[in-house]
Design a protein around this ligand. Structure first.
Ligand code: RIB
Length: 307
């Protein structure tokens, strides 16, 4: 099986559940409050590993504050190799403040990147050169320094890795950066923000793909929450995968689970249609539980759920 390398963010998620959102200047009482390990990169790495990848290596950084050791240990407990995670002196760990609106089943996230922003493209390149091989999978997102992300994608392509970019949070990227992406996985908000196309239907998804592929992106998956997802590549056109109906508790890390599951299937050599179906099933379980990495199912849970 191919190995998976994730250059990504690792955060302490401070989550307050509320019955409704406050208005400006208003104080409301929250319901419950939890602190747990999140970060798009760390969640995606945890998903790959929990779902059955043999080896997942995470490249990132935490600070030497009250959260650093806790979130790093959490990621290690899932079996992710954290040898390439630096503990940076005097830095604050990444923190994500999350408001979970229980009435609308929606979440609102504010990220303070902290140590995540300190990892350089050179550091990632050096690690990949030492350990990655042709055909291994490289995943990254945009919660770290943008230049570092661009350089890491270039390094991964030089080695001959299969690259997955989750452009979240959405921000302007150069065409050069997109040209280094094999698979772009994004949600409808990110799709609209980056391409100007709201993916309402298959034709929109195709148009959005054409926009991204004009920069060199080879394949794309556009996720639409409860409306399912579209996969598009140049040869097969659009493949639609419907969502699974579940009781939604917390959507945090649903997208991360989806990406981790897709990467895991890619590492095992599966075809995309089957991988999409599997990833959709995994995310459905994630949204039925509260929290980030902790809510991602294990492979055993998926097997039980399918029975
Ligand atoms: O995708 C969910 C994640 O986004 C959260 O865990 C939070 O840390 C932010 O990075």
């Amino acid at each position: 099986m191919k190995e998976v390398f994730v250059f990504g963010s690792i955060n302490a998620d401070l989550v307050t559940s509320v019955s409704r959102m406050p208005t400006a200047g208003e104080t409301i009482k929250g319901n419950d409050f939890i602190v747990n390990q999140g970060g798009k990169g760390a969640n995606q790495a945890a998903a790959c590993k929990k779902l059955g990848c043999e080896r997942v290596r995470f490249i990132g950084a935490v600070g030497d504050d009250m959260f650093g050791e806790v979130i790093l240990n959490s990621l290690k407990t899932y079996g992710v190799d954290c040898e390439a995670v630096a503990v940076k002196n005097g830095e604050q760990s990444g923190v994500c403040t999350i408001l979970l609106d229980e009435s609308r089943k929606d979440n609102f996230l504010i990220l303070s990147s902290g140590a995540n922003d300190t990892v350089t493209g050179g550091e990632v390149k050096e690690y990949l050169r030492l350990f990655a091989r042709v055909g291994d999978i490289f995943i990254t997102q945009l919660e770290m320094n943008l230049t570092a992300v661009g350089e890491s994608l270039a390094a991964a392509k030089e080695i001959g890795m299969y690259t997955i970019l989750n452009p979240a949070p959405a921000m302007k990227m150069s065409g050069e950066m997109l040209s280094r992406v094999d698979l772009l996985v994004l949600n409808e908000t990110e799709c609209e923000s980056l391409s100007g196309i709201n993916p309402e239907n298959e034709a929109d998804a195709q148009r959005a793909y054409e926009y991204f592929s004009s920069f060199g992106v080879k394949e794309a998956v556009i996720t639409l929450g409860e409306r399912g997802s579209y996969y598009i590549n140049v040869n097969d056109g659009v493949i639609y995968c419907p969502s699974k109906k579940v009781k939604v508790v917390d959507t945090t890390s649903a997208g991360d689970t989806f990406i981790g599951a897709l990467a895991m299937k890619k590492a095992q050599g599966f075809e995309i249609a089957e991988s999409l179906e599997f990833a959709t099933r995994c995310s459905a379980i994630t949204v039925s539980k509260k929290g980030a990495a902790v809510s991602i199912p294990t492979y055993e849970e998926i097997v039980v759920a399918i029975k």
